[in-house]
Ligand binder design. Structure first.
Ligand SMILES: CC(C)(COP(=O)(O)OP(=O)(O)OC[C@H]1O[C@@H](n2cnc3c(N)ncnc32)[C@H](O)[C@@H]1OP(=O)(O)O)[C@@H](O)C(=O)NCCC(=O)NCCS
Length: 196
């Protein structure tokens, strides 16, 4: 089947970025990023080395199972780990109300914020998801108070589905981060945005 021969995490280079699959050398960058309180402001807590090691294992396993697992973004000139951004399949112990889905997500070190890097990488993966993988829809979600992340969704032309706001299954009841907003983008809307 054609599905089996498509590389779903191809290496893509732009003038300033390298987008690529996870490799063992990325663990250290992930550990440092996840331990930074500024990065983790809208997550329940910063992550310990052990938490990040587990996350790394999950990302590697998703790469094998689905072909993609929210890939790495690296600074092209220096090879520095900037963060993760791209397509992924959420796998929580409980299903999300809009499962099954492919999401687009992002997390960057603060030095990569405010430079349009999340948008640049996301646009590439949206195009890849719709035009190469022929996905019908890509969603994105974030805590309702994470305005910086929501703005990325809006800049990408994603549309909020307020009827699908939900409580995140991994966040305790009453926690200010529990309520999440859902944004959607269909292949058709993406095509109209890109090609008019
Ligand atoms: C959420 C996050 C990815 C947003 O990053 P970001 O850099 O603000 O996102 P964008 O790529 O859309 O960049 C937009 C900013 O870059 C600026 N910019 C500079 N050059 C640019 C360019 N060439 N193109 C576009 N924007 C550019 C814009 O003006 C804007 O700045 P502003 O926020 O001061 O208005 C980042 O804050 C982050 O990693 N946060 C921590 C993790 C997190 O919360 N993840 C989401 C969980 S759901």
């Amino acid at each position: 089947m054609i599905e089996d021969v498509i590389d779903k995490s191809p290496r893509i280079e732009t003038e300033r970025l390298v987008l690529r699959r996870w490799e063992p050398r990325d663990l250290e960058g992930l550990v440092q990023m996840n331990a930074d309180p500024q990065v983790m402001e809208f997550f329940p807590a910063v992550m310990s080395r052990q938490d990040s090691e587990r996350m790394f294992e999950r990302l590697m396993a998703k790469q094998v199972k689905y072909g993609f697992g929210t890939p790495v973004v690296e600074e092209r000139a220096s090879g520095r780990f900037l963060g993760l951004c791209g397509l992924g399949v959420p796998t929580y112990p409980e299903p999300l109300p809009f499962d099954p889905c492919v999401e687009i997500g992002w997390r960057f070190i603060p030095g990569a914020w405010g430079r349009g890097i999340a948008q640049e990488a996301s646009r590439i993966w949206l195009r890849f998801g719709f035009e190469t993988l022929r996905l019908d829809e890509i969603v994105s979600f974030t805590s309702a108070i994470n305005q910086r992340s929501e703005k990325v969704m809006q800049r990408l032309g994603m549309v909020r589905d307020a009827s699908a706001d939900f409580d995140h299954p991994l966040i305790d009841e009453g926690h200010p981060l529990r309520r999440h907003v859902l944004y959607r983008l269909s292949r058709e809307s993406f095509r109209e945005q890109v090609h008019g």
